[in-house]
Unconditional design. Structure first.
Length: 278
């Protein structure tokens, strides 16, 4: 079977290759790409002998292959050590080597993607998930409400806890306090409102009052540098993943130097996010 059907997780694509599968199965075969978290179908197609199919590998997906009778012949689940990016593997291994690590992910969206997903689902860490937008937080809650190692918070996080204008639009991937960021990505209607917020330091003290955070994950659309530099130094964890691709180059360089001065080693190879680790 493995010689007849090959499933490869690469970046940027998942690829399915077949040989003469009709010798073993009723064709056409049906390929389904499902989200690893909620198991919802994202895409499907039919393939036959000596065929191939690809799908963008930009999240955490499983691959299900069925024969023409709808019988499942392969259920290939995402495995972080085989299929994950460098950052996926780094956080997974980091959590695996600690005793009940405490983590905080700000900008969790619906919980279908992010380096924190796999160790959280596999109970390798206690994770607080923070999302500001109601539609995404509703889906996030549906995905994680039954996990005892997850705390869910709907709130907007800022440097100082002040009221701030928050911009939302489309599917919420670029919702931000930075209007220029969402407008550079979003083609659908954008709306905004003045929101209450919690300061990053108050949030950290709230979610981990009795011990230092072990890891921090930021996906906050151009606000990452300001948030990181606002964290009291004694509250900064030893492992930080933050999004850099929406930062101005000047701010990105200043943040890199700031973290290096604090003793962090930086991995700057990922096109979207950086890793800072002590």
């Amino acid at each position: 079977m493995l010689n007849m059907i090959d499933i490869t997780y690469n970046h940027p694509n998942i690829k399915i290759d077949t040989k003469e599968v009709s010798k073993l199965y009723n064709i056409p075969l049906k390929v389904e790409i499902t989200t690893h978290v909620s198991k919802k179908i994202q895409w499907d197609c039919e393939i036959g002998d000596n065929s191939w199919a690809t799908f963008s590998n930009d999240s955490i997906f499983d691959v299900i292959i069925k024969d023409s009778n709808d019988t499942v012949i392969i259920n290939r689940e995402f495995n972080v050590l085989e299929d994950g990016s460098y950052l996926d593997k780094a956080l997974h291994l980091y959590c695996s080597n600690l005793d009940n690590p405490q983590g905080l992910a700000i900008g969790s969206h619906d919980g279908e993607f992010g380096e924190w997903v796999y160790p959280t689902l596999n109970n390798l860490t206690t994770t607080t998930l923070v999302e500001a937008s109601t539609p995404q937080f509703t889906k996030l809650t549906e995905n994680y409400k039954d996990l005892s190692n997850v705390n869910l918070i709907q709130n907007l996080v800022t440097t100082d806890g002040s009221k701030v204008e928050f911009f939302e639009g489309g599917r919420g991937y670029t919702n931000s306090v930075k209007e220029n960021v969402i407008r550079s990505w979003e083609k659908e209607e954008i709306h905004s409102n003045l929101r209450e917020s919690i300061s990053i330091n108050n949030l950290i003290n709230k979610v981990s009052p009795n011990k230092k955070l072990d890891w921090l994950h930021l996906d906050i659309e151009g606000y990452d540098a300001e948030i990181l530099k606002a964290v009291n130094v004694e509250l900064l964890p030893n492992f930080i993943i933050f999004e850099h691709n929406n930062l101005l180059m000047e701010n990105k360089l200043k943040l890199e130097n700031y973290l290096i001065d604090l003793g962090y080693h930086l991995n700057l190879t990922d096109p979207v996010s950086y890793l800072a680790i002590k």
